[in-house]
Design a binder for this molecule. Structure first.
Ligand code: ASC
Length: 134
């Protein structure tokens, strides 16, 4: 049975929030240096991002999820639902970049991780710029 629209919105937001938390861990360790680098932690974070990015999160943008439902607010641009092919490509780019980040994280090469992290961030932003409101 398909998840109801409200639950789809909440679940996709949970996924993106969880990715963002893991992006933040990598950023702190390899970009900002505010937290000491720990290869195992960065690798786990990258693997988590890749798993979510490749989880088929697009299935949570079903009919009825293009606008707020009661207290559940979504920033999605309704235009997303008219451009699912483009969205699938953007999502695919994120999955590919996330897989590369996971592979680099496994090597422990911080310079390579830094570059791969930036590439993942670009794929997040590409979709936000096109299909996220406010
Ligand atoms: C993150 C995060 C995003 C993206 C975006 C990249 O860490 O939470 O939404 O990267 O900021 O530009």
């Amino acid at each position: 049975a398909a998840m109801d629209p409200e639950k789809q919105i909440e679940t996709r937001q949970a996924g993106f929030t969880y990715m963002a938390w893991n992006m933040g861990k990598i950023k702190a360790q390899v970009i900002d240096g505010s937290v000491e680098y720990n290869q195992q932690q960065v690798e786990a974070a990258a693997n988590t991002i890749a798993a979510i990015a490749n989880s088929g999160i697009g299935a949570l943008f079903g009919p009825g999820t293009e606008q707020d439902i009661g207290d559940v607010h979504t920033r999605v641009d309704p235009a997303l639902f008219e451009n699912m092919q483009d969205v699938a490509q953007l999502a695919g780019n994120m999955g590919t970049a996330a897989n590369t980040l996971a592979a680099k994280a496994a090597t422990g090469d911080q310079s390579e991780i830094r570059m791969a992290f930036a590439e993942v961030g670009k794929t997040c932003k590409a979709c936000h710029d096109k299909y996220r409101l406010d």
